[in-house]
Design a protein around this ligand. Structure first.
Ligand SMILES: [Zn+2]
Length: 244
């Protein structure tokens, strides 16, 4: 058995037995991994702070089959999220998505970096919670090779006429026969180009009118479902908040 320190964001915790947790950690340079935290639900446990949303240096003992947490050195708990229900709902959705789309033990530092920047901005009130989720969804799609076409009709290569499908822009003719397409404004297409062309922190330097946020959320959500084929439980919570 050996000890190592991993720096990572805890994406998920599952309670096991009376006082244990299994943590899902997105670790810098290493990717997603499961870590067992024995006794971590006891308030006096030195591992008590190891919970979802915590970014920390985790000392881990590597066993034959499992990794065991032995110490936690917290860097950021993103505590403000617990004070803002909208920000918390969006952040929960982003962590759930990051968990579902990353593979075990495959370095996913871009996903980690973007998620950390987004959580920090939500805590500092420097990012509209309604923009946070579509922004992360579109970048995650791009990181996995699913960036939509935004310059020409993705079906026939002609000039697009402002219609959008889960694969990208369409001309009027192709949109008429597409199962899942909708007209979108130039502003939304421009915003998507900006998101695809930039990484944090430059990525966040824009605002958007409410109507455009709604359109962007809807079309990027369609893209997420089409390409990742994931159902996000926490998204139902966002819908129930009716954040407009
Ligand atoms: Zn076309």
């Amino acid at each position: 058995m050996s000890l190592c320190v991993i720096r990572g964001l805890i994406l998920k915790e599952v309670h096991v037995g009376e006082s244990d947790k299994i943590l899902t950690v997105l670790a810098k340079g290493l990717g997603k991994m499961s870590v067992s935290a024995k006794g971590a639900r006891r308030t006096k446990s030195p591992l008590y702070s190891a919970s979802a949303f915590t970014y920390a240096d985790l000392t881990v003992r590597i066993g034959k089959k499992h990794r065991f947490l032995t110490a936690v050195d917290t860097i950021n708990t993103f505590y403000y999220l617990t004070k803002d229900i909208e920000a918390l709902a969006c952040a929960s959705c982003i962590l759930e998505l990051a968990d579902k789309i990353t593979a075990e033990d495959m370095p996913s530092d871009k996903t980690l970096f973007l998620t950390l920047h987004t959580l920090k901005r939500l805590c500092d009130h420097r990012l509209d919670p309604r923009l946070a989720l579509p922004l992360c969804e579109l970048k995650f799609l791009q990181y996995h090779g699913f960036a939509p076409e935004l310059d020409i009709c993705v079906r026939c290569g002609a000039e697009h006429n402002g219609f959008m499908s889960p694969y990208g822009t369409l001309c009027k003719k192709c949109a008429a026969s597409a199962a899942n397409s909708a007209a979108v404004s130039d502003t939304v297409i421009y915003t998507m180009r900006h998101i695809l062309a930039n990484e944090p922190p430059q990525l966040f330097g824009f605002g958007l009118e409410d109507i455009c946020i709604q359109t962007l959320s809807r079309i990027v959500s369609d893209m997420t479902q089409t390409h990742f084929e994931v159902e996000l439980k926490s998204k139902k919570f966002i819908d129930s908040l009716n954040m407009g």
